[in-house]
Write a protein that binds this ligand. Structure first.
Ligand code: NAX
Ligand code: ADP
Ligand code: K
Length: 462
């Protein structure tokens, strides 16, 4: 089984070289990749004809292997070859296929083997048009390795108009583009073909679903973890975060509300004054600060006080705009920050990591803050000091509604209070609970509706 590692193009090339050094040839790797891809295409084609567009490099070479394998299984296969093969392995694959390319074709399955990880620039207009016309003329579109026209490492889409695929078959390992915006929008379903690439300790990972535990038989509310949520000027966000936290595993959640929070659930303990007294409770296992905190001087002082307590802490929302390096001096306890794109930018400016790409910025900030960074969005990415980034698989786009970030912060803080994993593992647990709750919530939910689905999401992860 291939691992869930995500490789850059240069890591992929090094992995391929390591296999060659160990006695494989590029042709045997291409054979394995092409045969694996052909298996998937065979399944989705279900007897329909297949048209393969082959480029000049080894991605085109994979296409010739696929053509040979599928033709041998009795499918009608048409190959379109705007270039002649330029690598020895691709030339050999074309020869082994032995057929005659056609000018055009329509109907059935279209397979894009034009360019893979070797794409060096945007497709020219003629190729872009040809690719789009062929895709439109077929019932189903499959990209081999990656769709042609995207940058594997950054996930950038280099052409204005590209097809949207039904299936993308990654070869050897995932590339960042499979899981990063905007390229991931073109991929459709994603499948990975193993070609024997070794595990790379320096590689990013696609997050795997964690397994959570139910409480011990002798559990009590404090042994499961006491979480204090420190709110501020806009108490609704704190109530939402605390309500999520109550369902995320912690045994006891207290909300310090800076302002009168209005309606609160009867099972949420709300404290109105005496923050220092509240935080002096030695039973507190974790803190959450930020949702609804505000950005006033008072909010800044409250944040500094909370961080000064040196307890395991999640910082979200307003706290991320107020956070400065001096507030973190001398801290030893774990810190998890959960910025969306705007907050990531703000942190980047405060902590001197601007002008980097998203992957670099997340890693850089994790080092600078000595914290786990959960960079939220359609392609949520997590960084921790000394560890390659971890990318979450996509979640429901219905999460794009106000307040769902407060729910996530509450869930991560709840897991931090439970405290059964590393800070990175804890942040991932929160992200998975959030993702599963959103999946179970179906369409058009509000952040409040999401709360109702957390218990079942928890059930999925037990
Ligand atoms: N890395 C590996 O271990 C393996 C890679 N394989 C395949 O090899 C692919 C990479 O092969 P290559 O490095 O040959 O790269 P590609 O097949 O992606 O294409 C590179 C070729 O296209 C040309 N080119 C790049 N951008 C262009 C553009 N916009 N317009 C016109 N020409 C352009 C380049 O000059 C070069 O000739 C992978 O995506 C995968 O499909 C597999 O065959 C098996 C194993
Ligand atoms: N298009 C999307 N697809 C999947 N998840 C999304 C999308 N947009 C937002 N999210 C998720 O929803 C949450 C929104 O958080 P945030 O931007 O902080 O919202 P708020 O501040 O209103 O609570 C994050 O967990 C983010 O990853
Ligand atoms: K391709």
């Amino acid at each position: 089984m291939a691992s869930n590692q995500i490789l850059t193009v240069s890591q992929m090339q090094a992995a391929e070289q390591a296999l060659v050094d160990a006695g494989e040839t590029v042709s045997t790797l291409m054979e394995r990749a092409g045969a694996g891809a052909a298996d998937w295409i065979w399944r989705v084609a279900a007897g329909r004809a297949v048209t393969i567009l082959c480029g000049p490099g080894n991605n085109g070479g994979d296409g010739y292997v696929i053509a040979r394998v599928l033709a041998a299984r009795g499918l009608t296969v048409r190959v379109i070859a705007p270039f002649s093969p330029k690598t020895p392995a691709a030339r050999a694959a074309r020869e082994a296929w032995g057929g005659e390319p056609v000018e055009t074709a329509k109907g059935g399955v279209f397979v894009d083997c034009l360019f893979g990880s070797g794409l060096a620039r945007a497709l020219d207009q003629v190729l872009e048009t040809r690719l789009c016309e062929l895709a439109a003329a077929h019932d189903l579109c499959v990209a081999v390795d990656v769709p042609s026209g995207i940058d594997c490492d950054s996930g950038e889409v280099l052409n204005d108009t590209l097809p949207i695929y039904d299936l993308t078959i990654a070869l050897g390992a995932w590339k960042f583009a499979h899981w990063m915006m905007p390229a991931m929008q073109l991929m459709g379903e994603r499948r990975l073909v193993d070609i024997g690439v070794a595990f790379d300790w320096d590689a990013a990972q696609l997050a795997e679903r964690p397994v959570l535990s139910p409480p011990e038989a002798d559990a009590h509310k404090y042994s499961r973890g006491l979480l204090a949520v420190v709110g501020g000027e806009m108490p609704g966000a704190g109530v939402l975060a605390a309500s999520a936290a109550m369902r995320g595993g912690a045994g006891y959640v207290k909300l310090y509300a800076g302002a009168e929070p209005g309606l609160v659930p009867p099972d949420l303990v709300v404290v109105h004054d005496g923050l220092d007294e509240l935080l002096a409770d030695e039973r507190i296992a974790a803190l959450l600060v930020g949702p609804g905190l505000g950005r006033s001087e008072e909010a800044r002082a409250r944040l500094a006080f909370v961080l000064g307590c040196d307890l395991p802490t999640v910082c979200d929302a307003d706290a991320l705009h107020l956070l400065t390096a001096d507030m973190l001096e001398g801290r030893l306890s774990p810190l998890i920050v959960t910025p969306h794109a705007g907050e990531l930018d703000a942190l980047g400016h405060t902590f001197g990591s601007v002008g980097l790409d998203r992957v670099e910025q997340v890693s850089d900030l994790a080092e600078a803050l000595e914290a786990v960074v959960v960079a939220k969005g359609p392609d949520t990415m997590l960084g921790a000091p000394g560890t390659p980034v971890v990318v979450m698989p996509p979640a429901s786009a219905w999460l794009s509604t106000a307040g769902t970030g407060d729910v996530l912060a509450g869930l991560i803080a709840s897991r931090l209070a439970v405290g059964m994993d590393s800070p990175l593992g804890i942040a991932l647990e929160g992200c998975w609970l959030h993702r599963e709750a959103a999946r179970l919530a179906g369409p058009a939910f509000s952040a409040g509706d999401l709360l109702d689905h957390i218990p079942d999401a928890y059930g999925v992860l037990l």
